[in-house]
Design a binder for this molecule. Structure first.
Ligand code: AGP
Length: 609
């Protein structure tokens, strides 16, 4: 999705903007640009394509200390030079960079004089033209314009007549202020700021901030001043680095033994054989009152939620369902007082998840968040939550974020279970299982050579199936998701029992079938599904937890290849089996020469509907 970086201070601005844009690349984009004020003139340089196509057009030494930059992910209009941001008004006084969508763009255009010439097909350009019609300070002008907008915006504006001032505004699309020493930054994402500062202020919807090298002032839409406090984020520049690896995704897969340790840190209560989750804002008695749980998320977060639903139902015997956040919010859901709602999001900015959260809270429901990005919008709007502590996830495809979601659900399931009928003995054995998780992931990572071999063998397939039963099904969904998003191989996940109700018609000798075999009571049944596939001549690749001799022999007999992960216990099996599929997708994508970290058409954080 689109990204914004803005700077005012004593340093030469162009290198700061270009570096900021590089840090935002991971979000996905198709064009980029910058605007700076130099020798009392506004200069705007932009280009379709990747950043190197912009860089060749820019003179790095332009004398300027104030400017804005933008990476665009096309919504209104194709990815062209003209449609790239920033946009200027006809007199080249203002430059604007906008994230979001203006729904009433036609009405706003009609309110302008007939002779205003638009140079792009974007909805955003109208903002620059509307600014020319306003009086007062730059902040006044921005306030007057955004008050007319129906839609969403994260906005940064510079004005050639106020050469050291930047005004930013937010409604539905994140904006962060970064506080430096005699300099101020603004960005849509911490990744663009971390090199310079970890002192940040998150703008809330309906807020406008005026930035100068001396500091910032945040105002509301009625022009009253909002006293915002800066927070210190625990992020480090090194987290946004590939760490010597060829791709962020690979680094993030390999980081998982450490990231799960961070997720678990301080949360295992061995004395009472339970989990300690300080941020829930719950009393013990509230836990007993929960009658149902609804988990909401998108994409991999939804699949993690589906796996989490199994964990909670198993350990706490509370009915749980997981649902796509966008579907939930649009079906006018019935919100119940004794239902606990959980929203799951790595970025904490996914629009549909945020909208579902707001729908529940508006109707009086209590919402917990499982979120990675500290201070993100979802994290700030929930009633309580569990931070994932997985560190920044840069690659578009989620790996360590997804894994930490599963770990958070394990902790919550343990806590809810222990508040009900789960025995202390079972609680202790779960704690031991979680304590061994990091080491067990390390063991799965040693299987990489054989997984790579399988990836290379099947990477030319045009289609693949992933099947599993109950606990194994969400793992199959996430396995198929990883493969399709980064390798572009068409992949479908089905409950194993559903194959014969339709999809079996597509199973041929050319469709590899990945079978998820957690060591649970349905193992024998899933092995029977392998027989069904085998009978159609399709290659079966088994990913299994069992080490039982008899079962292993059967599995080996039926499968072309078997990846055997440690038999670690019911709760952590989804994590270990999931890591296999992450490596499979990674090596398939590398083998096919795909853009692993920025797959086509996808964005890291989907901040639009
Ligand atoms: C994961 O690999 C995907 N890129 C995507 O499905 C993602 O999980 C989804 O967009 C939700 O993102 P979130 O966790 O930041 O809310």
């Amino acid at each position: 999705m689109c990204g914004i970086i803005a700077y005012t201070g004593n340093q030469t601005v162009v290198p700061i903007l270009l570096d900021g844009l590089k840090r935002l690349e991971y979000r996905g984009y198709d064009s980029a640009g910058i605007s700076v004020i130099s020798r009392k003139k506004l200069k705007t340089i932009k280009s379709a394509g990747k950043l190197n196509q912009l860089e060749v057009k820019i003179d790095n030494s332009i004398a300027s200390h104030c400017g804005i930059g933008h990476t665009r992910w096309a919504t209104h209009g194709a990815p062209t030079d003209e449609n790239a941001h920033p946009h200027n008004d006809s007199h080249h006084r203002f430059a604007i960079a906008h994230n979001g969508i203006i729904e009433n763009v036609d009405a706003l255009k009609n309110s302008l004089a007939n002779d205003v010439i638009f140079t792009s097909e974007t909805d955003s350009e109208v903002i620059a033209h509307l600014l020319t019609q306003q009086d007062g300070t730059l902040a006044d002008a921005v306030r007057a314009v955004v008050s007319q907008i129906v839609g969403t915006y994260g906005l940064a504006v510079i004005d050639q007549q106020n050469p050291n001032t930047i005004v930013v505004a937010r409604n539905g699309s994140p904006v962060l202020l970064g506080i430096g020493d005699g300099e101020m930054f603004a960005a849509s994402d911490m990744a663009a700021l971390i090199r310079h500062t970890n002192q940040v202020v998150h703008l809330d919807d309906g807020e406008i901030a005026e930035l100068s090298p001396d500091g910032f002032k945040v105002m509301r839409m009625d022009a009253s001043v909002a006293n915002k406090k800066a927070i210190t984020l625990n992020a480090q520049f090194a987290h946004y680095d590939r760490g010597g690896h060829p791709h962020y995704l690979y680094r993030e897969i390999l980081d998982q033994p450490d990231t799960v340790t961070q997720t678990l840190s301080g949360r295992l209560d061995e004395r009472f054989s339970t989990a300690h989750l300080g941020g829930l804002n719950f009393e013990a008695r509230d836990l007993i009152g929960i009658k149902r749980i609804t988990i909401l998320g998108c994409g991999s977060a939804l699949y993690a939620g589906m796996a989490g639903a199994h964990m909670i139902e198993t350990l706490a015997r509370i009915p749980v369902r997981a649902e796509a956040a966008a579907e939930f919010r649009y079906r006018n859901p019935v919100i119940e007082q004794d239902t606990l709602y959980i929203v799951v999001s790595q970025s904490g900015e996914t629009f549909d998840t945020l909208a579902a959260l707001r729908e529940v809270r508006r109707k009086g429901g209590f919402v917990l968040g499982i979120v990675n990005s500290v201070g993100s919008t979802i994290a700030r709007e929930v009633d309580g939550g569990i931070y994932m502590h997985a560190g920044p996830e840069v690659s578009v495809a989620s790996t360590k974020g997804y894994t930490s979601m599963l770990v958070c659900f394990s902790l919550l399931a343990l806590l809810l279970g222990r508040s009900r009928d789960l025995s202390p003995q079972r609680g202790t054995s779960i704690i031991n299982e979680l304590k061994a998780l990091s080491e067990n992931i390390q063991r799965v990572l040693t299987l990489e050579p054989s997984i790579k071999k399988i990836a290379n063998k099947y990477k030319k397939s045009s289609s693949a199936f992933f099947i599993g039963r109950t606990n194994g099904f969400p793992i199959a969904l996430e396995g198929a998701q990883k493969l399709k998003e980064i390798s572009y191989i068409h992949a479908e996940a089905y409950p194993a029992s559903e194959l014969k109700h339709g999809p079996l018609a597509l199973v041929t000798k050319d469709t590899p079938c990945f079978v998820v075999l957690p060591n649970d009571e349905l193992l024998q049944k899933t092995i029977s599904s392998m027989e069904e596939i085998n009978a159609r001549g399709a290659p079966v690749i088994a990913v299994a937890s069992t080490h039982n001799k008899e079962e292993s022999t059967r599995i080996h007999k039926l499968a072309k290849a078997v990846i055997q992960v440690p038999d670690a216990g019911a709760l952590t099996q989804p994590v270990l089996l999931g890591v296999v599929f992450q490596l499979l997708a990674y090596h398939s994508a590398v083998g096919l020469g795909r853009d692993v970290d920025q797959p086509r058409n996808l964005a890291k954080s989907v901040t639009v509907e």
